[in-house]
Design a binder for this molecule. Structure first.
Ligand code: TXA
Ligand code: MG
Length: 323
């Protein structure tokens, strides 16, 4: 098995694997990433192959050290610096103009690169040991649920990755918030682990596209994404229990009635949206393994991390390509 507990020794080994142009899955505070040396196009190509990811979907570049900014970014303006100072390391990804050092495969040919400094001791130690920026999407097959434990990665991509560093479950549990700073005003591309409310306090004038809008906001973010294999539907207001269907339920809090669902997963018994985000993908993974015909999901309030949760649930419930 290539899953190994993260220790100083295994992190050194992982750094060597990265330096040799191969793939390492590693924990971040949001979700597990599938990493390759960001400045080597051939290493990054392996990420696309392992995930079966289309080349139009660009990768996020992770750094542990601000000294990389001038090498990777053609412009990292005052506002970006202010955001980095306030929110890095943390679940914020900034899209900024790139330099020629960043291979085109990383940005899917776009003139901008997405950058973030993860807030996880194992990710930071790996970046420091490898002495290179690491390109890393979430470590799941394209379109499927993101991994928030090393076991999720092993189940989904075990054979495609050279080493999986186990750093325990991810504390935040949804991907980073992505802010595009390449144009004016800045635009939210993906709600995520950093609440929009926190961003808005620093970036007064920013575009937050309507949550229900059918258009994908960021490249690669297709309408159907983050989806379990089992069909997902929002619980309708006038819900009638499906008599002859093996149905599962994902709810925010403990349901008041004893509902006859085959399997029920609760995001946060206390109704706390931060705790709910941390549990979201694990709950969906368990529901997806339960042999259900349909997973009903309850809507959550769209404040704080609730916005990222609803974004992921909408994409999980969106019509699938070809089906
Ligand atoms: O929390 C996270 O962000 C995790 C961890 C591993 O850091 N990573 C992650 O990566 O969620 P991924 O590949 O699943 O999502 C990356 C998304 C792309 O699908 C795209 O929408 C956006 O980031 N993106 C990346 N580069 C971009 C660019 N140059 N311009 C616009 N959007 C970009
Ligand atoms: Mg992803």
């Amino acid at each position: 098995m290539n899953l190994i507990s993260a220790t100083p020794t295994s992190i050194q080994l992982a750094a060597e694997i990265i330096r040799n142009g191969n793939l390492v899955a590693f924990p971040t505070e949001t979700v597990y990433g599938l990493g390759a040396e960001a400045l080597k196009a051939q290493a990054c190509a392996k990420i696309f192959a392992a995930k079966n990811r289309p080349y139009f979907d660009p990768l996020i570049v992770h750094i542990a050290d601000l000294s990389w900014l001038e090498k990777l970014c053609a412009r990292f303006d005052q506002r970006a610096r202010q955001l980095a100072e306030k929110f890095w390391p943390g679940p914020l990804t900034m899209v900024v103009p790139k330099t020629d050092l960043v291979p085109d495969i990383v940005t899917a040919g776009l003139p901008n690169v997405a950058l973030r400094m993860p807030n996880h001791p194992v990710a930071l130690a790996l970046l420091n040991a490898a002495q290179t920026p690491i390109a890393a999407p979430s470590a799941n097959p394209f379109g499927y649920l993101s991994p928030t434990t090393a076991q999720h990665v092993a189940e989904q991509l075990g054979n495609q990755v050279d080493l999986i560093l186990d750093g325990g479950p991810c504390a935040i549990g949804v991907e980073s918030t992505i802010l595009d700073l390449s144009g004016e005003p800045p635009t939210l591309l993906r709600p995520g682990g950093l609440p929009v409310e926190s961003l808005e306090l620093v970036v007064g004038n920013m575009v937050v596209p309507k949550a229900e809008s059918p258009r994908p906001h960021a490249p690669g973010q297709l309408p159907s994404h983050y989806a379990p294999r089992t069909p997902v539907e929002f619980l309708p207001g006038d819900f009638v229990f499906p008599a002859n269907k093996k149905a599962g339920l994902l709810v925010l809090q403990t349901p008041v009635e004893n509902l006859p669902f085959f399997k029920i997963e609760i995001l946060s018994p206390a109704g706390d949206l931060t705790e709910a985000a941390a549990n979201l993908f694990s709950c969906l993974h368990r529901l997806d393994r339960a042999g259900l015909e349909v997973i009903y999901v309850e809507r959550v309030p769209e404040t704080g991390l609730g916005r990222a949760i609803m974004d992921r649930l909408r994409k999980a419930a969106a019509p699938r390509p070809g089906g």
